[in-house]
Design a protein around this ligand. Sequence first.
Ligand code: CAA
Length: 379
Amino acid sequence: MLFALTETQEMIRETARRFAREHLAPGAIRRDEFEEFPAEPLRELAKLGFMGMMVPEQWGGIGLDTVSYILAMEEIARVDASVAVIMSVHNSLACGGLYAAGTESLKSKYLRELSSGRALGAFALSEPEAGSDAANQHTTAVRDGDSYVLNGMKSWTTSGANADVIIVMAATDRAKGTKGISAFLVEKGTPGLSVAKKEKKMGIRSSDTVALAFSDCRIPITNRLGEEGEGFKFAMRILEAGRVGIAAQAVGIAQASLDASIKYARERKAFGKTLGEFQAIQLKLAEMATGVEAARLLMFHAASLKDQGRPFGKEASMAKLFASRTAVANALEAIQIHGGYGYVQEFQVERYLRDAKVTEIYEGTSEIQQLIIARSLLK
Ligand code: CAA
């Protein structure tokens, strides 16, 4: 590996790898099939400190760097991408967002709960008419005395049904466009907040993705994150960090497809030889391995820039763009190498493809990553 890891980073990767093997592998197929939320694995992850990986110890986290975080994320995603996305949204968007923009009192009340894993976090930006065009927020937050009253609909909220704390973007002044959007923290159980729809998905099926309805949902003004009108920039900044995590999720899936293919190529015989002895298979494995390695380097690069406090938005988009493409390509090749066995549940590679696809869609589609990269090149 080009990047020299510290002892702590090596230890985190090893811990995550062991955890994934022991706690995630046994139930991954079942959870996917029955859309079973991974409550028990998440409790175990929390014991390792992995639900508050980058939150300082003062706020209940384990205060690690982004490189440690992506190493863990890759290992988790290599075995169960559903658990990985829950962990990613919780760490990068919920904990990261609250840590970056929360007041001391909001952090005291919620951040310790989140980073210890006693509470689960979600992030609600998208709406039925605000996906890639995230600025087109129709959900409103109207000030009323010491409260804001939220009305509207959020879509595609990862962990929305299970989350205890949700960071919600809403328009405080629609006339001001992106400068009229603000961020809020909404607690589960607040009257007026409800789950409107649970999505039936192609992949990452044990992670819940829901539409949330806000109907005269009243929250205290002290639950605002940052100033009024700063919500859009806040969301964009937080998503930069989130995309590094999704890149790591995609690298994990791409690696899993390669792992399965190598194993199968060693074991499976055809025409009196193992598959691995055929050049057609060797070429595929070489391409897959090169893709994973390149994606991993882009991911490390973005994470290292973030850890150094340098701008990393363009690099995060590059890492996500390339890693998600590699995850899909490798999963498809893994299925091809497995032949008919690749098309059935038991060999898992069909799940890798279903899970990989969404990495090209959420936290900004591939086309949005290209737009962000191009804007950065041309500015
Ligand atoms: N950091 C700080 N500020 C930023 C920023 C960033 N990364 N990106 C944009 N801004 C600022 C701009 O500088 C601009 O500020 P000024 O007006 O002061 O100049 C303001 O925000 C508006 O920016 P744009 O004009 O670029 O806004 P836009 O409407 O053209 O949108 C976009 C830009 C990149 C397309 C953005 O809408 C976007 O990222 N869309 C994709 C949304 C997305 O990723 N959604 C994912 C949902 S969350 C999710 O999927 C999680 C999950 O559950 C798994």
